[in-house]
Design a protein around this ligand. Structure first.
Ligand code: FES
Ligand SMILES: [Fe+2]
Length: 413
């Protein structure tokens, strides 16, 4: 059975992954198709942090595309993910972002589920005083919350609707798993969370976090205070299928004689009134001081100086996306290290000194493209294909890599 609606007007995709038809950012039919083919398709969706469901009875609501999900840890400590939709008439069962519960009860007619989603009891199942109630052939075992497959890696909880999705570690691949382990592979401590609504299609943010070309140009704080610049050593690593990526920078490799000659003279002479903002320590021996890693389609992990965070984004409509930030430290951190991570947290997030521009730049693309569905983006910086490049980040290779994944799954060629 093909559940995916066909497009009334087929999409022609010109010239491979170096072009993107603007229609994909504004066509409601394509948006609906993505919900089926991508989010309910053969991919692992990030759901929440394992820390969100650390204890038996912990319940956390999440999303896969627009579909509401509930993640639970049962009393045997097993994790479950299910569609947050009552088996009776489809109401949301869990209404709070997080709580700790013995079981799940729908407020509408009080159908009650165990933490693994099995239906335990139905109010007035036998009616009252011998009247009413469910028919004789009602079988509670045939009604439950729809389960997803669930898997974890380095404190991240993922879910998939598809039986065909490969095991999570194979989906991530060795280079991506290794780098996730570098950043997240020890007991984590959540330092703070927040979210922001951005007014653009979800794929524009997926592109934006893979776009190593813009960081030096749009985010002037990065360049001014030498946190991340294209003239530092760095590179791009794509996963085997090109869907995921790592972009990394080595700050200490910036040589004074290589300072930019630029028309923006004076841009690089600023001083911070509070230089402690950028007080950092060298945490890893590989020399990498800034990295952004993406896992297709909607997960991001960044490590800027000592600021570690997981970001993920949830489509809220064709031109609306909610972007979540989870700032992290390690349980082993001392008080001074934790304070430095919190301070550097000012770099990113909704009002972050190097990320507030991303909160509006994607909207500018949305507004610029929505009336030109037949035009297309030109994405040839660094070539026309999607390949790793360990010598330069002046490339849009990772953006092209995203479109590889998107086109493969959507069947747009
Ligand atoms: S909709 Fe949940 S019990 Fe009726
Ligand atoms: Fe950015």
């Amino acid at each position: 059975m093909n559940l995916s609606p066909a497009l009334a007007e087929p999409l022609a995709w010109p010239e491979g992954v170096a072009r993107v038809p603007f229609r994909v950012f504004s066509d409601p039919e394509i948006y609906a198709l993505e919900q089926q083919k991508i989010f309910r398709g053969p991919i692992w969706n990030f759901l929440c942090m394992e820390a969100d469901v650390a204890k038996p009875g912990d319940v956390r609501t999440a999303w896969v595309g627009e579909t509401p999900i509930v993640v639970t840890r049962d009393h045997d400590e097993k994790l479950h993910a299910m569609v947050n939709r009552c088996a009776h008439k489809g109401a949301l069962v869990c209404l709070k972002q997080r709580e700790n519960l013995e079981s799940l009860t729908c407020v509408y007619h009080a159908w009650n589920y165990s933490l693994d989603g099995k239906l335990k009891s139905v109010a007035f199942r036998n009616g009252l005083k011998g009247k009413g109630g469910m028919p004789e052939d009602f079988d509670p075992a045939k009604h439950r919350l729809q389960p997803l497959r669930v898997a974890t890696f380095c404190g991240l909880v993922f879910g998939t609707f598809s039986d065909e999705t490969e095991p999570l570690e194979a989906y991530l691949g060795a280079p991506m798993s290794k780098f996730l382990d570098r950043n997240l592979g020890r007991p984590l401590k959540v330092l703070g969370v927040h979210s922001q609504m951005i007014h653009n299609n979800w794929k524009l943010y997926a592109e934006n976090v893979r776009d190593s070309y813009h960081a030096t140009l749009l985010h002037t704080f990065y360049t001014t205070f030498k946190v991340n610049r294209l003239d530092m050593d760095g590179g791009i690593i794509l996963s085997d299928k090109k869907w995921h990526h790592i972009s990394y920078t080595k700050r200490s490799t910036l040589a004074a004689e290589n300072e930019y000659e630029t028309v923006h003279s004076g841009q690089y002479q600023s001083d911070l009134a509070g230089p402690e903002l950028l007080k950092a320590w060298d945490e890893f021996e590989d020399g990498i001081t800034h990295s952004i890693q993406t896992i297709f389609p909607t997960l991001v992990v960044h490590f800027t100086l000592n600021s570690l965070a997981v970001r993920y984004f949830v489509p809220r409509g064709i031109d609306k996306t909610e972007l979540f930030w989870v700032f992290l430290g390690y349980e082993r951190d001392d008080a001074a290290q934790e304070q430095m991570r919190v301070m550097q947290g000012n770099l990113t997030g909704a009002a972050g000194l190097v990320s507030l521009e991303d909160g509006c730049i994607n909207e500018f693309v949305q507004r610029g493209t929505r009336t030109s569905p037949d035009e297309q983006a030109f994405i040839e910086m660094g070539g026309k294909v999607a390949e790793s490049n360990e010598s330069s980040r002046a490339t849009e290779a990772s953006v092209r890599g995203f479109w590889h994944g998107y086109r493969d799954i959507m069947g747009f060629h």
